[in-house]
Design a protein around this ligand. Structure first.
Ligand code: NIG
Ligand code: FE
Length: 410
């Protein structure tokens, strides 16, 4: 299938922008009156629409003519979500806002363990339907790649149920869902043994099964004393890496420490970072681990934002993800969260949009998307405006009119 789409008022390809460090808006290459030539689900080339349309006519290639102003950019990548879950934690949210502490909420039956109970009760079919609904909402907002974690099952059977649900939902939605095993989310209250034994059980029983069933090649852990302490987490991550898994870490959410482990084990990304200090910023900047900040979790919990500005100025990369989950980040509106973060942290438009596209793709180890250049997947999002600055200005209330995944209009 071959198709020329255009003319777009502006095309943002992100070509040539570096993976790490601060970016000024002057570095953004903006092609005006541009076309995208799609072939077999990939971008064949981009360029002036007038020239490309002459070529397309000569070669009998179909042209999709746009008649209203539109800005096109690569489909967004949400590199951190927990959209496979059952039930609600509205009660936690209300209690937090009424002044109850995290511990008080957990003691009264709330917190992650509550979502584990509710998710265990859900059938695989129900989980698939919920994931598909949430993925569809993300897709309508221009998010074409979505990482999805397990982590509300916390035993062999229930973690497999979640990861199978993510796999099946992926087959039934246009968005690309990338699964991550977060069996090390918290220590399950009903496990018979110590935390170290639980981590060994994941390594010996669950992870080999994930390989056999091709359910995931990514492993995550929540490093925090209330979840898993640093030393045991490092040992767990290194052993998972030894089994061939890509690593990511819930790091520095409430206390610093996790990001250093992420760097030491060569994780693809270190996510959260609300509690990162200058020391952690420096470590991340020197490493190939991509820092992923989650403004939705900051907004959901009333915690500070991750130090996005400091990270970029220190020379680190930066991705922004939604962390969409029933507890800390129920909103799930990535563009709103990124725009608000940009306002508070003083991020250039280039930095915020890069954090949602090629830098977010890199956080997932994906080099086939996130830039609109020849050879990349034709994952694209078009907004009904003539100037790309309108997109963040509307703080997520401006919705895309067209979204393509692998060149297919969704
Ligand atoms: O990324 N920090 C740990 N995990 C999630 C919260 C999940 C939940 O509260 O259900 C997070 O914020
Ligand atoms: Fe998370």
């Amino acid at each position: 299938m071959e198709l020329l789409i255009g003319p777009f008022s502006e095309l943002l390809s992100f070509e040539g922008l570096s993976l790490k460090g601060a970016l000024s808006d002057e570095e953004l290459i903006i092609q005006k009156e541009a076309g995208v030539w799609v072939k077999d689900g990939k971008v064949l080339k981009t360029g002036p629409f007038h020239d490309l349309s002459m070529e397309a006519i000569a070669q009998n290639v179909r042209i999709s003519h746009l008649v209203t102003p539109m800005v096109v950019l690569p489909g967004f990548v949400d590199a951190h979500t927990h959209i496979c879950f059952g039930g609600s934690r509205a009660r936690d949210y209300a209690m937090r806002n009424a002044g109850k502490s995290y511990l008080e909420i957990a003691r009264s039956g709330g917190g992650i363990w509550d979502s584990v109970q509710q998710t265990r009760k859900a059938s695989k079919k129900e989980l698939i339907a919920d994931i598909k609904n949430r993925a569809q909402r993300h897709l309508k907002n221009g998010i074409t790649t979505i990482e999805v974690k397990s982590g509300y099952g916390l035993n062999q059977e229930q973690e497999l149920k979640m990861l199978e649900a993510i796999k099946e939902a992926n087959e039934e939605t246009d968005a690309h869902l990338i699964s991550t095993c977060l069996a090390a989310h918290i220590f399950p209250k009903d496990f018979d043994g110590e935390k170290e034994v639980y981590l060994e059980y994941i390594l010996s029983d669950l992870l080999p099964e994930l390989k056999i069933q091709k359910l995931s090649n990514r492993v995550d852990i929540f490093i925090e004393d209330t979840a898993f302490e640093e030393a045991m987490s490092k040992d767990f991550l290194l052993k998972a890496k030894g089994q061939g898994f890509d690593l990511t870490v819930h790091a520095d959410q409430f206390h610093p420490g996790g990001s250093q482990i992420a760097v030491e084990v060569g994780a693809r990304s270190a996510d959260h970072l609300e509690a990162s200090r200058d020391k952690e910023v420096e470590l991340l900047a020197k490493s190939n681990t991509i820092p992923v900040v989650l403004p939705g979790a900051s907004m959901g919990l009333g915690e500070p934002f991750g130090p996005a500005r400091k990270l970029l100025d220190g020379g680190a990369s930066l991705a922004i993800a939604s962390d969409w989950n029933p507890g800390s980040a129920p909103m799930g509106q990535l563009l709103t969260q990124a725009a608000v973060l940009g306002t508070y942290e003083k991020l250039s438009t280039a930095e915020t949009l890069s954090a949602l596209t090629f830098r977010a793709a890199a956080a997932l180890g994906l080099s086939d998307r996130g830039r609109l250049v020849g050879g990349m997947l034709a994952d694209m999002v078009a907004f009904p405006v003539g100037d790309h600055r309108e997109i963040l200005y509307h703080q997520g209330s401006l919705k895309p009119t067209m979204v393509w995944k692998d060149g297919k209009l969704c």
